[in-house]
Design a protein around this ligand. Sequence first.
Ligand code: GCB
Length: 598
Amino acid sequence: MKRLLTTLLLTYSFLGFAQNLISNVPNRNTTSLNGVWNYIIDPYQTGFYSFHLDQYDKQEKPAKGAFFTNYHAQNKQELVEYDFDKSPTITIPGDWNSQVTELKYYEGNVWFKKSFDYNLAANKRLFLYLGAINYKADVYLNGKKLGTHIGGFTPFNYEVTSIVQPKDNYLVIKVDNTRHKEDVPTVNTDWWNYGGITRDITLIEEENSFVEDYTIQLKKNNASIISGFIKINNLNSAQNQVSIAIPELKINYKGKIAAGGILNFEIPAKKISYWSPENPKLYDVTVNFNGQKLNDQIGFRTIETQGDKILLNGKPIFLRGISIHEENAKGGRANSEEDALRLLNWAKELGCNYVRLAHYPHNENMVREADKMGLMVWEEIPVYWTVEFTNKETYQNAEDQLTASIIRDKNRASIIIWSMANETPISDARNTFITNLAAHTRVLDNTRLVSAALLTKKETIDDPIGEILDVVAFNQYLGWYGGNLEDAEKITWKSKYNKPIIVSEFGGDAKQGFHGEKNERWTEEYQEYLYIQNLKMIEKIPHLSGLSPWILVDFRSPKRLLPGIQDGYNRKGLISNDGNKKKAFYIMQDWYAKKKNE
Ligand code: GCB
Protein backbone atom coordinates (compact mmCIF):
# COMPACT_ATOMS: atom_id res chain seq x y z
CA MET A 1 0.00 0.00 0.00
CA LYS A 2 2.77 2.35 1.01
CA ARG A 3 4.57 1.60 -2.21
CA LEU A 4 1.48 2.29 -4.24
CA LEU A 5 1.09 5.58 -2.43
CA THR A 6 4.68 6.56 -3.15
CA THR A 7 4.22 5.70 -6.82
CA LEU A 8 1.07 7.76 -6.91
CA LEU A 9 2.74 10.72 -5.27
CA LEU A 10 5.71 10.49 -7.58
CA THR A 11 3.40 10.34 -10.55
CA TYR A 12 1.62 13.34 -9.18
CA SER A 13 4.74 15.36 -8.71
CA PHE A 14 5.97 14.40 -12.13
CA LEU A 15 2.72 15.54 -13.67
CA GLY A 16 2.75 18.67 -11.59
CA PHE A 17 6.20 19.59 -12.79
CA ALA A 18 5.39 18.78 -16.38
CA GLN A 19 2.66 21.35 -16.36
CA ASN A 20 3.97 23.69 -13.66
CA LEU A 21 0.59 25.28 -13.33
CA ILE A 22 0.38 27.82 -10.52
CA SER A 23 -2.74 27.44 -8.40
CA ASN A 24 -4.70 29.84 -6.16
CA VAL A 25 -4.02 32.80 -8.43
CA PRO A 26 -6.81 34.99 -6.94
CA ASN A 27 -4.88 35.17 -3.65
CA ARG A 28 -1.46 35.96 -5.11
CA ASN A 29 0.41 39.16 -5.84
CA THR A 30 -0.96 39.88 -9.30
CA THR A 31 -1.41 42.58 -11.91
CA SER A 32 -4.33 42.27 -14.26
CA LEU A 33 -3.85 42.66 -18.00
CA ASN A 34 -7.60 42.67 -18.54
CA GLY A 35 -9.14 45.62 -20.32
CA VAL A 36 -8.77 47.09 -23.76
CA TRP A 37 -6.71 45.11 -26.28
CA ASN A 38 -6.16 45.66 -30.00
CA TYR A 39 -7.15 42.92 -32.42
CA ILE A 40 -6.59 41.98 -36.05
CA ILE A 41 -8.87 39.52 -37.82
CA ASP A 42 -6.60 37.31 -39.92
CA PRO A 43 -8.61 34.62 -41.73
CA TYR A 44 -5.70 33.64 -44.01
CA GLN A 45 -3.11 33.71 -41.20
CA THR A 46 -1.12 36.29 -43.11
CA GLY A 47 0.73 37.21 -39.95
CA PHE A 48 1.75 33.62 -39.30
CA TYR A 49 2.73 32.09 -42.65
CA SER A 50 4.69 33.38 -45.62
CA PHE A 51 3.15 33.28 -49.09
CA HIS A 52 4.58 29.74 -49.47
CA LEU A 53 3.11 28.78 -46.11
CA ASP A 54 6.35 28.80 -44.15
CA GLN A 55 5.56 29.39 -40.51
CA TYR A 56 7.34 32.59 -39.46
CA ASP A 57 7.96 31.58 -35.88
CA LYS A 58 9.87 28.53 -37.10
CA GLN A 59 12.15 30.59 -39.37
CA GLU A 60 15.44 31.79 -37.99
CA LYS A 61 14.90 35.33 -39.22
CA PRO A 62 11.33 36.02 -40.24
CA ALA A 63 10.97 38.65 -42.94
CA LYS A 64 10.85 42.00 -41.19
CA GLY A 65 7.42 43.38 -40.69
CA ALA A 66 5.65 40.35 -42.08
CA PHE A 67 5.24 38.35 -38.92
CA PHE A 68 2.74 40.04 -36.64
CA THR A 69 4.86 39.62 -33.55
CA ASN A 70 7.90 41.45 -34.96
CA TYR A 71 9.01 43.69 -32.23
CA HIS A 72 11.67 46.33 -31.92
CA ALA A 73 13.02 48.21 -28.96
CA GLN A 74 10.87 51.25 -28.18
CA ASN A 75 7.95 49.28 -29.57
CA LYS A 76 8.58 50.39 -33.14
CA GLN A 77 7.69 47.53 -35.37
CA GLU A 78 8.57 47.76 -39.04
CA LEU A 79 5.10 48.29 -40.31
CA VAL A 80 4.27 46.67 -43.56
CA GLU A 81 0.69 45.55 -43.86
CA TYR A 82 -0.44 45.63 -40.27
CA ASP A 83 -0.49 47.99 -37.35
CA PHE A 84 -1.79 46.79 -34.01
CA ASP A 85 -2.02 50.24 -32.51
CA LYS A 86 -4.32 51.45 -35.28
CA SER A 87 -6.43 48.28 -35.17
CA PRO A 88 -9.81 48.14 -33.45
CA THR A 89 -10.12 47.29 -29.75
CA ILE A 90 -12.01 44.66 -27.81
CA THR A 91 -12.55 43.98 -24.11
CA ILE A 92 -10.55 41.17 -22.56
CA PRO A 93 -11.66 38.85 -21.11
CA GLY A 94 -14.43 38.35 -23.59
CA ASP A 95 -15.30 36.25 -26.59
CA TRP A 96 -15.20 37.92 -29.99
CA ASN A 97 -18.54 36.52 -31.19
CA SER A 98 -20.67 38.57 -28.83
CA GLN A 99 -18.53 41.73 -28.99
CA VAL A 100 -17.98 42.22 -32.71
CA THR A 101 -21.01 41.88 -34.99
CA GLU A 102 -19.04 40.62 -37.96
CA LEU A 103 -17.46 37.88 -35.81
CA LYS A 104 -20.68 36.32 -34.53
CA TYR A 105 -20.20 33.10 -36.54
CA TYR A 106 -16.46 33.48 -37.11
CA GLU A 107 -14.25 30.43 -36.63
CA GLY A 108 -10.65 31.16 -37.46
CA ASN A 109 -7.70 33.33 -36.48
CA VAL A 110 -7.63 36.62 -34.61
CA TRP A 111 -4.51 38.33 -33.23
CA PHE A 112 -4.59 40.25 -29.95
CA LYS A 113 -2.10 42.78 -28.60
CA LYS A 114 -1.66 44.43 -25.24
CA SER A 115 1.14 46.85 -24.34
CA PHE A 116 2.11 47.30 -20.70
CA ASP A 117 4.86 48.56 -18.41
CA TYR A 118 6.24 46.48 -15.58
CA ASN A 119 8.99 47.13 -13.07
CA LEU A 120 10.32 43.83 -11.85
CA ALA A 121 12.86 43.98 -9.04
CA ALA A 122 16.07 42.05 -9.70
CA ASN A 123 15.36 39.23 -7.24
CA LYS A 124 11.76 38.59 -8.30
CA ARG A 125 10.13 36.35 -10.89
CA LEU A 126 7.19 37.06 -13.14
CA PHE A 127 4.67 34.69 -14.71
CA LEU A 128 2.02 35.30 -17.34
CA TYR A 129 -1.15 33.40 -16.38
CA LEU A 130 -3.83 32.88 -19.01
CA GLY A 131 -7.18 31.84 -17.51
CA ALA A 132 -8.51 30.31 -20.73
CA ILE A 133 -8.26 30.92 -24.45
CA ASN A 134 -10.50 29.15 -26.93
CA TYR A 135 -9.14 27.10 -28.60
CA LYS A 136 -5.52 27.33 -29.68
CA ALA A 137 -3.19 30.08 -28.50
CA ASP A 138 0.26 31.07 -29.76
CA VAL A 139 1.70 33.46 -27.21
CA TYR A 140 4.57 35.96 -27.75
CA LEU A 141 6.07 38.54 -25.46
CA ASN A 142 8.37 41.19 -26.91
CA GLY A 143 8.77 39.11 -30.06
CA LYS A 144 9.73 35.91 -28.20
CA LYS A 145 7.50 32.90 -28.44
CA LEU A 146 6.36 31.69 -25.03
CA GLY A 147 4.47 28.67 -26.32
CA THR A 148 1.40 27.17 -27.91
CA HIS A 149 -1.53 25.92 -25.88
CA ILE A 150 -4.61 23.97 -26.87
CA GLY A 151 -7.84 23.49 -24.95
CA GLY A 152 -10.40 26.23 -24.52
CA PHE A 153 -11.36 26.05 -20.85
CA THR A 154 -8.28 25.56 -18.73
CA PRO A 155 -5.52 27.85 -17.46
CA PHE A 156 -1.83 27.81 -18.37
CA ASN A 157 1.17 29.96 -17.51
CA TYR A 158 4.62 30.96 -18.74
CA GLU A 159 7.55 32.45 -16.90
CA VAL A 160 8.52 35.84 -18.39
CA THR A 161 11.15 36.99 -15.86
CA SER A 162 13.93 37.35 -18.41
CA ILE A 163 11.74 38.86 -21.12
CA VAL A 164 9.72 41.52 -19.35
CA GLN A 165 11.06 45.07 -19.36
CA PRO A 166 10.12 48.26 -17.50
CA LYS A 167 8.43 49.99 -20.46
CA ASP A 168 6.40 49.11 -23.53
CA ASN A 169 6.07 45.37 -23.26
CA TYR A 170 4.34 43.96 -26.28
CA LEU A 171 2.17 40.91 -25.61
CA VAL A 172 0.76 39.28 -28.72
CA ILE A 173 -1.55 36.26 -28.80
CA LYS A 174 -2.82 34.54 -31.91
CA VAL A 175 -6.09 32.75 -31.17
CA ASP A 176 -7.58 30.13 -33.44
CA ASN A 177 -10.99 28.62 -32.71
CA THR A 178 -11.21 26.48 -35.85
CA ARG A 179 -12.84 23.15 -35.01
CA HIS A 180 -11.05 19.87 -35.78
CA LYS A 181 -12.22 16.28 -35.47
CA GLU A 182 -9.31 15.33 -33.23
CA ASP A 183 -9.86 18.18 -30.77
CA VAL A 184 -11.51 18.04 -27.35
CA PRO A 185 -14.34 18.79 -27.90
CA THR A 186 -14.64 17.54 -31.44
CA VAL A 187 -16.35 19.41 -34.33
CA ASN A 188 -19.88 18.68 -33.17
CA THR A 189 -21.22 20.23 -29.98
CA ASP A 190 -24.51 21.74 -28.89
CA TRP A 191 -23.01 25.01 -27.69
CA TRP A 192 -21.47 28.13 -29.21
CA ASN A 193 -17.83 27.93 -30.17
CA TYR A 194 -16.96 31.27 -28.56
CA GLY A 195 -13.51 32.34 -29.74
CA GLY A 196 -10.96 34.52 -28.04
CA ILE A 197 -9.35 35.29 -24.71
CA THR A 198 -12.33 34.38 -22.59
CA ARG A 199 -10.83 34.50 -19.08
CA ASP A 200 -8.54 36.81 -17.11
CA ILE A 201 -4.96 37.48 -18.18
CA THR A 202 -2.78 38.06 -15.15
CA LEU A 203 0.83 38.71 -14.25
CA ILE A 204 1.92 36.87 -11.11
CA GLU A 205 4.94 38.17 -9.23
CA GLU A 206 6.83 35.69 -7.09
CA GLU A 207 10.05 35.28 -5.15
CA ASN A 208 12.86 33.15 -6.50
CA SER A 209 11.51 30.15 -4.68
CA PHE A 210 7.77 30.03 -3.98
CA VAL A 211 4.70 27.89 -3.24
CA GLU A 212 3.48 26.82 -6.66
CA ASP A 213 0.68 24.47 -5.70
CA TYR A 214 -0.80 22.55 -2.78
CA THR A 215 -3.64 20.38 -1.65
CA ILE A 216 -5.10 21.05 1.78
CA GLN A 217 -8.15 18.82 2.20
CA LEU A 218 -9.56 16.17 4.49
CA LYS A 219 -7.95 12.81 4.01
CA LYS A 220 -10.07 10.37 2.06
CA ASN A 221 -12.83 9.04 4.33
CA ASN A 222 -11.19 10.50 7.38
CA ALA A 223 -12.89 13.51 8.86
CA SER A 224 -10.25 14.23 11.47
CA ILE A 225 -7.08 14.42 9.39
CA ILE A 226 -6.21 17.30 7.08
CA SER A 227 -3.76 16.02 4.50
CA GLY A 228 -2.17 16.91 1.20
CA PHE A 229 1.06 18.27 -0.20
CA ILE A 230 2.88 21.54 -0.73
CA LYS A 231 4.98 22.01 -3.82
CA ILE A 232 7.76 24.58 -4.02
CA ASN A 233 8.93 25.97 -7.32
CA ASN A 234 12.74 26.17 -7.45
CA LEU A 235 13.46 24.91 -3.95
CA ASN A 236 16.59 26.28 -2.39
CA SER A 237 17.71 23.70 0.16
CA ALA A 238 18.68 26.37 2.68
CA GLN A 239 15.05 27.43 2.93
CA ASN A 240 12.98 24.30 3.24
CA GLN A 241 10.70 25.21 6.16
CA VAL A 242 7.05 25.57 5.49
CA SER A 243 4.07 26.00 7.77
CA ILE A 244 0.32 25.72 7.40
CA ALA A 245 -1.75 27.89 9.71
CA ILE A 246 -5.49 27.49 10.24
CA PRO A 247 -5.99 29.78 13.24
CA GLU A 248 -9.65 28.92 13.85
CA LEU A 249 -8.70 25.26 14.21
CA LYS A 250 -5.65 26.14 16.27
CA ILE A 251 -3.46 24.52 13.67
CA ASN A 252 0.05 25.71 13.06
CA TYR A 253 1.80 22.85 11.38
CA LYS A 254 5.49 23.03 10.51
CA GLY A 255 7.27 20.80 8.04
CA LYS A 256 10.33 20.46 5.83
CA ILE A 257 10.16 20.32 2.07
CA ALA A 258 12.00 17.30 0.66
CA ALA A 259 14.68 17.70 -2.00
CA GLY A 260 12.23 17.21 -4.89
CA GLY A 261 10.30 20.29 -3.77
CA ILE A 262 7.34 18.44 -2.23
CA LEU A 263 6.13 18.07 1.32
CA ASN A 264 3.39 15.51 2.00
CA PHE A 265 1.64 16.06 5.30
CA GLU A 266 -1.09 14.84 7.61
CA ILE A 267 -2.42 17.06 10.37
CA PRO A 268 -4.82 15.74 13.01
CA ALA A 269 -7.66 18.22 13.44
CA LYS A 270 -10.36 18.52 16.06
CA LYS A 271 -13.71 20.28 16.12
CA ILE A 272 -13.89 21.04 12.44
CA SER A 273 -17.10 22.71 11.40
CA TYR A 274 -17.71 20.68 8.25
CA TRP A 275 -18.64 22.36 4.98
CA SER A 276 -22.12 21.55 3.69
CA PRO A 277 -24.94 23.35 1.84
CA GLU A 278 -26.43 24.32 5.21
CA ASN A 279 -23.05 25.33 6.61
CA PRO A 280 -20.71 26.53 3.86
CA LYS A 281 -17.95 27.16 6.35
CA LEU A 282 -14.62 28.23 4.84
CA TYR A 283 -11.52 28.50 6.99
CA ASP A 284 -8.76 31.01 6.47
CA VAL A 285 -5.69 28.97 5.66
CA THR A 286 -2.19 30.39 5.26
CA VAL A 287 0.79 28.63 3.79
CA ASN A 288 3.95 30.33 5.06
CA PHE A 289 7.16 29.79 3.18
CA ASN A 290 10.36 31.75 3.47
CA GLY A 291 8.64 34.92 4.62
CA GLN A 292 5.88 34.62 2.01
CA LYS A 293 2.27 34.15 3.02
CA LEU A 294 -0.23 32.56 0.66
CA ASN A 295 -3.81 32.71 1.89
CA ASP A 296 -6.77 30.64 0.88
CA GLN A 297 -10.32 30.06 2.07
CA ILE A 298 -10.90 26.33 2.34
CA GLY A 299 -13.85 24.20 3.42
CA PHE A 300 -13.48 20.70 4.81
CA ARG A 301 -15.96 17.91 4.15
CA THR A 302 -15.98 14.25 3.22
CA ILE A 303 -17.73 12.82 0.19
CA GLU A 304 -18.05 9.10 -0.45
CA THR A 305 -20.47 6.46 -1.59
CA GLN A 306 -21.82 3.56 0.39
CA GLY A 307 -23.84 1.05 -1.62
CA ASP A 308 -26.27 3.16 -3.59
CA LYS A 309 -25.97 6.27 -1.41
CA ILE A 310 -23.86 9.40 -1.66
CA LEU A 311 -22.65 10.45 1.78
CA LEU A 312 -21.67 14.01 2.59
CA ASN A 313 -19.89 14.15 5.94
CA GLY A 314 -21.08 10.61 6.57
CA LYS A 315 -24.77 11.29 5.93
CA PRO A 316 -26.83 10.38 2.84
CA ILE A 317 -27.52 13.38 0.64
CA PHE A 318 -29.84 13.91 -2.31
CA LEU A 319 -28.42 16.20 -5.00
CA ARG A 320 -31.04 18.78 -5.95
CA GLY A 321 -29.30 20.08 -9.01
CA ILE A 322 -29.48 21.97 -12.26
CA SER A 323 -27.20 21.93 -15.31
CA ILE A 324 -25.56 25.22 -16.28
CA HIS A 325 -23.68 26.49 -19.35
CA GLU A 326 -21.14 29.27 -18.93
CA GLU A 327 -23.06 32.11 -20.58
CA ASN A 328 -23.64 35.68 -19.45
CA ALA A 329 -26.59 38.04 -19.63
CA LYS A 330 -25.46 39.46 -22.98
CA GLY A 331 -25.24 36.09 -24.69
CA GLY A 332 -21.50 35.58 -24.52
CA ARG A 333 -19.02 33.59 -22.41
CA ALA A 334 -19.47 34.25 -18.72
CA ASN A 335 -16.38 35.00 -16.67
CA SER A 336 -16.90 37.53 -13.91
CA GLU A 337 -17.97 37.15 -10.31
CA GLU A 338 -21.16 38.99 -11.24
CA ASP A 339 -21.88 36.44 -14.00
CA ALA A 340 -21.30 33.61 -11.53
CA LEU A 341 -23.65 35.13 -8.97
CA ARG A 342 -26.36 35.66 -11.57
CA LEU A 343 -26.33 31.95 -12.46
CA LEU A 344 -25.77 30.49 -9.02
CA ASN A 345 -28.36 32.69 -7.32
CA TRP A 346 -30.96 31.37 -9.76
CA ALA A 347 -29.90 27.83 -8.88
CA LYS A 348 -30.39 28.69 -5.21
CA GLU A 349 -33.80 30.19 -5.93
CA LEU A 350 -34.75 26.95 -7.66
CA GLY A 351 -33.97 25.14 -4.41
CA CYS A 352 -30.71 23.55 -5.51
CA ASN A 353 -27.92 22.31 -3.30
CA TYR A 354 -25.93 21.14 -6.34
CA VAL A 355 -25.02 22.29 -9.87
CA ARG A 356 -23.70 20.45 -12.87
CA LEU A 357 -21.25 22.77 -14.63
CA ALA A 358 -21.60 21.50 -18.20
CA HIS A 359 -19.78 20.54 -20.45
CA TYR A 360 -16.30 21.89 -19.71
CA PRO A 361 -14.49 23.41 -16.72
CA HIS A 362 -16.15 26.75 -15.95
CA ASN A 363 -14.24 29.83 -14.78
CA GLU A 364 -12.80 29.90 -11.28
CA ASN A 365 -15.34 32.46 -10.03
CA MET A 366 -18.05 29.82 -10.41
CA VAL A 367 -16.41 27.33 -8.09
CA ARG A 368 -15.20 29.95 -5.62
CA GLU A 369 -18.74 31.38 -5.37
CA ALA A 370 -20.21 27.86 -5.11
CA ASP A 371 -17.86 27.28 -2.18
CA LYS A 372 -19.23 30.37 -0.42
CA MET A 373 -22.87 29.65 -1.26
CA GLY A 374 -22.87 25.99 -0.24
CA LEU A 375 -23.56 24.58 -3.68
CA MET A 376 -22.02 21.20 -4.46
CA VAL A 377 -20.48 21.01 -7.92
CA TRP A 378 -20.06 18.48 -10.75
CA GLU A 379 -17.11 19.62 -12.87
CA GLU A 380 -16.67 18.20 -16.36
CA ILE A 381 -14.17 18.08 -19.22
CA PRO A 382 -15.36 18.44 -22.84
CA VAL A 383 -15.07 14.76 -23.79
CA TYR A 384 -18.40 15.19 -25.51
CA TRP A 385 -20.18 12.86 -27.95
CA THR A 386 -17.70 11.52 -30.52
CA VAL A 387 -14.17 12.68 -29.77
CA GLU A 388 -11.51 10.52 -31.47
CA PHE A 389 -11.21 7.74 -28.90
CA THR A 390 -8.55 5.88 -30.85
CA ASN A 391 -6.29 8.93 -31.18
CA LYS A 392 -3.47 9.10 -28.61
CA GLU A 393 -3.07 12.86 -28.96
CA THR A 394 -6.76 13.36 -28.37
CA TYR A 395 -6.45 11.32 -25.20
CA GLN A 396 -3.45 13.36 -24.06
CA ASN A 397 -5.34 16.56 -24.74
CA ALA A 398 -8.32 15.38 -22.66
CA GLU A 399 -6.01 14.27 -19.86
CA ASP A 400 -4.18 17.61 -19.87
CA GLN A 401 -7.48 19.47 -19.55
CA LEU A 402 -8.43 17.21 -16.66
CA THR A 403 -5.08 17.74 -14.96
CA ALA A 404 -5.32 21.51 -15.24
CA SER A 405 -8.87 21.56 -13.85
CA ILE A 406 -7.89 19.41 -10.90
CA ILE A 407 -4.81 21.50 -10.14
CA ARG A 408 -6.89 24.68 -10.24
CA ASP A 409 -9.91 23.45 -8.25
CA LYS A 410 -8.86 20.64 -5.94
CA ASN A 411 -9.09 22.80 -2.81
CA ARG A 412 -12.71 23.75 -3.41
CA ALA A 413 -15.02 21.93 -1.01
CA SER A 414 -17.91 22.53 -3.39
CA ILE A 415 -16.51 20.14 -5.98
CA ILE A 416 -17.70 16.65 -5.16
CA ILE A 417 -17.68 14.99 -8.60
CA TRP A 418 -15.20 14.99 -11.48
CA SER A 419 -17.01 14.06 -14.67
CA MET A 420 -15.04 12.34 -17.39
CA ALA A 421 -17.41 12.66 -20.33
CA ASN A 422 -20.87 13.28 -21.73
CA GLU A 423 -22.95 10.92 -23.90
CA THR A 424 -20.06 9.06 -25.48
CA PRO A 425 -20.97 6.07 -27.69
CA ILE A 426 -19.88 2.70 -26.27
CA SER A 427 -16.89 1.02 -27.96
CA ASP A 428 -13.72 -0.66 -26.71
CA ALA A 429 -11.65 2.40 -27.54
CA ARG A 430 -14.05 4.70 -25.70
CA ASN A 431 -14.16 2.40 -22.68
CA THR A 432 -10.37 2.41 -22.47
CA PHE A 433 -10.22 6.19 -22.97
CA ILE A 434 -12.61 6.90 -20.10
CA THR A 435 -11.17 4.19 -17.86
CA ASN A 436 -7.75 5.80 -18.24
CA LEU A 437 -9.12 9.26 -17.49
CA ALA A 438 -10.82 7.93 -14.35
CA ALA A 439 -7.59 6.27 -13.20
CA HIS A 440 -5.70 9.50 -13.83
CA THR A 441 -8.26 11.46 -11.81
CA ARG A 442 -7.90 9.12 -8.86
CA VAL A 443 -4.13 9.51 -8.92
CA LEU A 444 -4.43 13.29 -8.75
CA ASP A 445 -7.35 13.38 -6.33
CA ASN A 446 -8.61 10.34 -4.48
CA THR A 447 -11.00 12.31 -2.28
CA ARG A 448 -13.75 13.02 -4.77
CA LEU A 449 -16.20 10.92 -6.77
CA VAL A 450 -15.77 10.05 -10.43
CA SER A 451 -18.70 10.01 -12.81
CA ALA A 452 -19.72 10.52 -16.45
CA ALA A 453 -23.04 11.29 -18.11
CA LEU A 454 -23.99 8.11 -19.98
CA LEU A 455 -26.56 7.14 -22.57
CA THR A 456 -29.07 4.38 -21.97
CA LYS A 457 -31.24 2.10 -24.02
CA LYS A 458 -34.65 0.78 -23.13
CA GLU A 459 -34.73 2.13 -19.60
CA THR A 460 -31.75 0.04 -18.57
CA ILE A 461 -28.56 1.48 -17.18
CA ASP A 462 -26.01 -0.88 -18.61
CA ASP A 463 -22.79 0.67 -19.85
CA PRO A 464 -19.41 -1.03 -19.23
CA ILE A 465 -18.12 2.30 -17.89
CA GLY A 466 -20.59 1.94 -15.00
CA GLU A 467 -18.12 -0.52 -13.46
CA ILE A 468 -15.42 2.08 -12.95
CA LEU A 469 -17.55 5.05 -11.90
CA ASP A 470 -18.39 5.90 -8.30
CA VAL A 471 -21.66 7.48 -9.35
CA VAL A 472 -23.57 6.39 -12.44
CA ALA A 473 -25.20 9.28 -14.28
CA PHE A 474 -27.31 9.24 -17.40
CA ASN A 475 -29.21 11.63 -19.65
CA GLN A 476 -32.70 10.88 -20.95
CA TYR A 477 -35.22 12.97 -22.88
CA LEU A 478 -38.63 11.38 -22.46
CA GLY A 479 -41.17 13.48 -24.33
CA TRP A 480 -38.63 15.39 -26.34
CA TYR A 481 -36.40 13.03 -28.31
CA GLY A 482 -38.97 10.23 -28.35
CA GLY A 483 -41.23 8.47 -25.88
CA ASN A 484 -44.69 9.43 -24.82
CA LEU A 485 -45.24 11.64 -21.81
CA GLU A 486 -48.55 9.89 -21.05
CA ASP A 487 -46.58 6.70 -20.36
CA ALA A 488 -44.26 8.27 -17.82
CA GLU A 489 -45.79 6.67 -14.75
CA LYS A 490 -45.65 3.20 -16.26
CA ILE A 491 -41.98 3.33 -17.14
CA THR A 492 -39.65 1.48 -14.82
CA TRP A 493 -35.90 1.81 -14.86
CA LYS A 494 -33.36 -0.84 -14.07
CA SER A 495 -29.72 -0.50 -13.23
CA LYS A 496 -27.02 -3.11 -13.50
CA TYR A 497 -25.10 -1.37 -10.75
CA ASN A 498 -25.75 -1.07 -7.06
CA LYS A 499 -24.36 2.46 -7.12
CA PRO A 500 -25.88 5.90 -6.69
CA ILE A 501 -27.63 7.16 -9.80
CA ILE A 502 -27.95 10.74 -11.00
CA VAL A 503 -30.24 11.77 -13.82
CA SER A 504 -27.73 14.19 -15.29
CA GLU A 505 -30.15 15.58 -17.92
CA PHE A 506 -33.80 15.65 -18.89
CA GLY A 507 -35.90 18.42 -20.38
CA GLY A 508 -37.47 19.96 -23.45
CA ASP A 509 -37.61 23.29 -25.27
CA ALA A 510 -40.05 26.12 -24.64
CA LYS A 511 -40.01 29.64 -25.97
CA GLN A 512 -40.66 31.86 -22.99
CA GLY A 513 -43.91 33.78 -23.46
CA PHE A 514 -45.25 31.30 -26.04
CA HIS A 515 -48.41 29.69 -24.68
CA GLY A 516 -50.73 26.92 -25.80
CA GLU A 517 -51.93 23.43 -24.92
CA LYS A 518 -49.83 21.01 -22.94
CA ASN A 519 -49.39 18.84 -26.02
CA GLU A 520 -48.16 21.73 -28.18
CA ARG A 521 -44.40 21.68 -28.56
CA TRP A 522 -42.34 24.80 -27.84
CA THR A 523 -45.00 26.22 -25.49
CA GLU A 524 -44.30 26.82 -21.82
CA GLU A 525 -47.24 24.50 -21.10
CA TYR A 526 -45.60 21.64 -22.99
CA GLN A 527 -42.37 22.06 -21.07
CA GLU A 528 -44.29 22.30 -17.81
CA TYR A 529 -46.15 19.05 -18.55
CA LEU A 530 -42.90 17.42 -19.62
CA TYR A 531 -41.39 18.25 -16.24
CA ILE A 532 -44.47 17.01 -14.34
CA GLN A 533 -44.44 13.69 -16.16
CA ASN A 534 -40.69 13.17 -16.15
CA LEU A 535 -40.52 13.78 -12.42
CA LYS A 536 -43.19 11.11 -11.83
CA MET A 537 -40.98 8.66 -13.69
CA ILE A 538 -37.71 9.81 -12.19
CA GLU A 539 -38.98 9.48 -8.62
CA LYS A 540 -39.20 5.74 -9.07
CA ILE A 541 -35.71 5.20 -10.47
CA PRO A 542 -33.83 2.78 -8.23
CA HIS A 543 -30.74 4.12 -6.42
CA LEU A 544 -31.67 7.69 -7.35
CA SER A 545 -29.32 10.12 -5.60
CA GLY A 546 -29.91 13.30 -7.52
CA LEU A 547 -30.74 15.11 -10.71
CA SER A 548 -29.60 18.05 -12.81
CA PRO A 549 -32.32 18.91 -15.37
CA TRP A 550 -31.26 20.40 -18.68
CA ILE A 551 -30.91 23.39 -18.24
CA LEU A 552 -31.01 26.55 -16.07
CA VAL A 553 -30.94 29.19 -18.85
CA ASP A 554 -31.49 29.12 -22.65
CA PHE A 555 -28.09 29.15 -24.33
CA ARG A 556 -26.71 29.86 -27.78
CA SER A 557 -26.19 26.93 -30.09
CA PRO A 558 -25.51 27.03 -33.84
CA LYS A 559 -27.43 23.75 -34.12
CA ARG A 560 -30.75 25.31 -33.11
CA LEU A 561 -32.19 26.72 -36.28
CA LEU A 562 -35.97 26.94 -35.98
CA PRO A 563 -36.99 30.52 -36.90
CA GLY A 564 -39.23 32.39 -34.52
CA ILE A 565 -38.63 29.85 -31.74
CA GLN A 566 -35.00 28.89 -31.42
CA ASP A 567 -33.22 31.53 -33.51
CA GLY A 568 -29.84 30.11 -32.57
CA TYR A 569 -30.76 29.22 -28.97
CA ASN A 570 -31.29 25.89 -27.27
CA ARG A 571 -34.58 26.69 -25.50
CA LYS A 572 -34.49 24.01 -22.82
CA GLY A 573 -33.80 26.63 -20.16
CA LEU A 574 -36.09 26.97 -17.16
CA ILE A 575 -35.23 30.65 -17.60
CA SER A 576 -35.06 32.49 -20.94
CA ASN A 577 -31.79 34.02 -22.12
CA ASP A 578 -33.18 37.44 -21.16
CA GLY A 579 -33.83 36.28 -17.61
CA ASN A 580 -37.55 35.43 -17.49
CA LYS A 581 -38.70 32.30 -15.70
CA LYS A 582 -40.81 29.78 -17.57
CA LYS A 583 -43.62 27.75 -16.03
CA ALA A 584 -41.48 24.63 -15.64
CA PHE A 585 -39.17 26.56 -13.30
CA TYR A 586 -41.91 26.53 -10.67
CA ILE A 587 -42.62 22.80 -11.11
CA MET A 588 -38.98 22.06 -10.39
CA GLN A 589 -38.91 24.54 -7.53
CA ASP A 590 -41.92 22.86 -5.86
CA TRP A 591 -40.44 19.42 -6.34
CA TYR A 592 -37.16 20.47 -4.74
CA ALA A 593 -38.98 22.17 -1.87
CA LYS A 594 -40.75 18.88 -1.12
CA LYS A 595 -37.59 16.85 -1.60
CA LYS A 596 -35.75 19.06 0.84
CA ASN A 597 -38.26 18.30 3.57
CA GLU A 598 -38.34 14.54 3.04
C1 GCB B 1 -27.91 16.35 -24.58
C2 GCB B 1 -26.57 16.97 -24.43
C3 GCB B 1 -26.65 18.47 -24.26
C4 GCB B 1 -27.66 19.03 -25.26
C5 GCB B 1 -29.00 18.45 -24.94
C6 GCB B 1 -30.11 18.90 -25.91
O1 GCB B 1 -28.09 15.18 -24.36
O2 GCB B 1 -25.82 16.40 -23.39
O3 GCB B 1 -25.38 19.02 -24.46
O4 GCB B 1 -27.68 20.41 -25.25
O5 GCB B 1 -28.95 17.05 -24.99
O6 GCB B 1 -30.69 19.93 -25.72
O7 GCB B 1 -30.34 18.17 -26.88
